[in-house]
Design a protein around this ligand. Structure first.
Ligand SMILES: C[S@@+](CC[C@H](N)C(=O)[O-])C[C@H]1O[C@@H](n2cnc3c(N)ncnc32)[C@H](O)[C@@H]1O
Length: 323
């Protein structure tokens, strides 16, 4: 392990993003494990980008990375907030000795192995995992036989903040790399540009989305005509780009299965399944099947939300576009 400490120091990784929550010696221990996975099980260079690391990752290396994600998730429990997607940084750190880390690692590896065993995953199929922006897929036209997806809902979840511990394991620094990633996310609560000049492709704009944008803009509550109108417009724009890209890469008879959830702006409901149905219709799809079920949300824990609504159930829908 002294050897690993040397590698760590030579790499100059003292600004390790794991130190957002772990004290330097604990961060070093986790990093030593990560470096062991990286050097023994991947061909990526020490300073390879996340994309370079993940592209071509073997199942075995992916297994141990996911195991390490789980260890770090557990270590960051004291930094959770009432918002389940938020892991805060407080300037304080936790300490984890080797015993705690290796036990956690062994436990997480066992749990993951059990899950893979129970799901029979990987028995008969091979898979390739690639990273790309849904709005710009590196795939030729009409080359895909089916799509299964669940795009971000219009609930302002910040998926980059939500996966901070995992991104830290992958050495993604907070600051600029993190903000670029946030800005690239569909549904990001950050505004990527003040007001977009480019027109939303009219073909993909849905009546439900237009009506909803009008209701938000006219809402009496603060920032409705400002930030929130711009946020939802940016969201629909991103969604339209993803739908357009998805249908470009699909063959005409490819089934498209999308799981979405409705949401509310104050008391105004956004029927996201209807928005996607209308966007897909605009791209030439005409036959749909839908299955919806009710699911709980955490909106009731927010007292401000109770001013506008008395029900906090959401509707989850599987929308299936069939040939
Ligand atoms: C509703 S969640 C679906 C999660 C998925 N069912 C799973 O189990 O991982 C939406 C996902 O879309 C991803 N996402 C956000 N913006 C994206 C983009 N521009 N391109 C591709 N994926 C994106 C988020 O990171 C998040 O994992």
């Amino acid at each position: 392990m002294e050897h690993a400490r040397e590698i760590y120091a030579v790499d100059g990784s003292s600004d390790d993003p794991l130190e957002q929550w772990l004290d330097p010696s604990s961060a070093w221990r986790v990093r030593a494990l990560e470096r062991a996975i990286r050097t023994r099980l991947t061909e990526a260079a020490t300073h390879a980008s996340v994309e370079e690391l993940v592209e071509g990752l073997s199942s075995l290396a992916a297994f141990y990375y996911v195991t390490l994600f789980s260890v770090v998730r557990d270590l960051t429990v004291p930094f959770r907030t009432s918002n389940p997607t938020w892991v805060k940084t407080t300037g304080k750190s936790v300490r984890a000795d080797w015993r705690l880390i290796t036990r956690g690692f062994a436990r997480a590896a066992r749990l993951l192995a059990d899950r893979l065993e129970a799901d029979q995953i990987g028995r008969s199929a091979s898979s390739v995992i690639s990273i790309a922006d849904a709005a710009s897929l590196p795939l030729p036209r009409a080359s895909i036989g089916a799509v299964i997806s669940s795009p971000p809902y219009a609930t302002r979840i910040d998926y980059v903040v939500a996966t901070r511990p995992e991104l830290a394991v992958l050495s993604v620094q907070s600051g600029q790399p993190m903000s670029s990633l946030r800005n690239a996310m569909l549904g990001t609560p950050t505004m990527t540009s003040p007001a977009q000049d480019a027109k939303i492709p009219w073909l993909l704009m849905s009546d439900t989305a237009s009506r909803f944008l009008g209701q938000v803009a006219a809402h009496r509550s603060k920032a409705s005509a400002g930030y929130y109108s711009r946020y939802f417009e940016q969201y629909f724009r991103g969604l339209a780009s993803a739908v357009s890209e998805m249908t470009r890469v699909c063959t005409e008879d490819a089934p498209i299965a999308l799981v979405v959830q409705d949401s509310y702006y104050k008391e105004v409901r956004l029927d996201l399944a209807a928005v996607l149905r209308e966007m897909l219709t605009a791209t030439g799809r005409s036959t749909f099947q839908e299955k919806s079920f009710s699911t709980g949300t955490r909106a009731a824990t927010n007292p401000k939300v109770r001013e506008y609504r008395s029900t906090f159930k959401a509707r989850e829908t599987l929308l299936l576009a069939v040939p």
